[in-house]
Design a protein around this ligand. Sequence first.
Ligand SMILES: Nc1ncnc2c1ncn2[C@@H]1O[C@H](COP(=O)(O)OP(=O)(O)OP(=O)(O)O)[C@@H](O)[C@H]1O
Length: 468
Amino acid sequence: MMQPELWVVDDDASVRFVLVTALREAGHAVRDFADAASAWAALNAAAPPPALLFTDVRMPGDDGLKLLERIKRAHPELPVVVMSAYTDVASTAGAFRGGAYEFLSKPFDLDDAVALAARVLEKPADVDVEVAIATQEAPLLIGDTAAMQALFRNIGRVAQAPLSVLITGETGTGKELVARAIHLESPRAARPFVALNTAAIPAELLESELFGHEVGAFTGAARRHVGRFEQADGGTLFLDEIGDMPASLQTRLLRVLAEGEFFRVGGRELIRVDVRIIAATHQPLEQLVTQGKFRADLLHRLDVVRLAIPPLRERRDDIPRLAEGFLQRAAQRLGIATKQFTRAALQKLQAHDWPGNVRELENLCWRLAAMAPDARIGVDDLQLAAARTHVSADGWENALATWAKTQLASEDVNDLHAQARARFDAVLLQAALDATEGHRGQAADLLGLGRNTVTRKLGSSRRRHSPK
Ligand SMILES: Nc1ncnc2c1ncn2[C@@H]1O[C@H](COP(=O)(O)OP(=O)(O)OP(=O)(O)O)[C@@H](O)[C@H]1O
């Protein structure tokens, strides 16, 4: 019998060379192609087809995802490994949605590629033949470190399966953002994503918040209330801080998850829903189980797939890109010129331990975007911002007057009022967000503004990322 072939498609001759060499050294018969078209032509001419095909994504002509799509239509059984230097969630999810067998982030370890080939040749691939085309924009998760790239691959993979996911990570590491990314890349993307922070709602209201209630179910229940489970029907329900759920509710939740149906509080109509659950926690749930504070069977049901987000101090190489990204986004939202960190400032940011993780960094960047005096943000600016120096109340008007005078004297400004208002809003909102650790609803309450107003002022891009 002829030895099955492995094919490598990549426009980069050096990648082809090292990969082909490594696979040949491992004893495989390998053919390589510099573009998708020649691989596709060979595939239609070749009998039998290769046992496995590696393809790059970005290539002149048709890209690797296009090739993947064609292959999955014509040869659904052929396992395809997608390789790319662009490991963001949109790429990994796009690859897995298109039926990729595996995603390799470039640069990858050649041993991994060889091990992968061995695995595929050993067992018939379990390939997903369904090619769904979804074009939802994913939220922008930034991360170049190996840990984050691995996380993005896992997000891309779990998004396709209807499994429960448990996301663990310290506060502000991006658990909610990851949950949204999974939802947006899943077949449920067009249906609702509903979030509920278990810790933010008083225990006695939590049951009706989750399952809804009928009129008169309890004192004060004047109207029927549709719970989060029903709101999320067909979509995803994100249960944040699941470790804070009271014991009685854990029991009820477990039953609902097992049966897929429930009664509203005080209701008699059996409600059936189809909801994917993504839970998150910053607490060690196993420990809570040992202490008798969390049901082991509920943990098993939620923890089908676990995604752990490392704290920011364990992926310091991500800090510069995150910081620059936040600064840029803040400038766009506030309608002011983009500022830049000096190299020393970035180093200082990288050295910090970030107990509040990405949220803390994001808040600092927004503060700096609004308040740092120059276009270059140096170490001194960081110190000022970190100390959260506030101009004393009686000096506030003076500071404003000085600023206004400088502006009026130096440039031909005609929108000074709008500029001042934008900065005023930014400073006030940031102070409130700092005081509430980034929780928007609470910040709105403190400011005496509606939550929608706060969201609007913060701008539409942030809205998708962190509603609280
Ligand atoms: N990798 C990332 N890239 C870009 N932004 C991020 C990333 N991770 C987190 N963020 C931003 O940081 C903020 C905090 O993220 P998020 O609310 O998802 O954290 P969390 O872990 O759910 O926090 P908590 O446990 O306090 O609820 C958000 O504004 C989010 O957009």
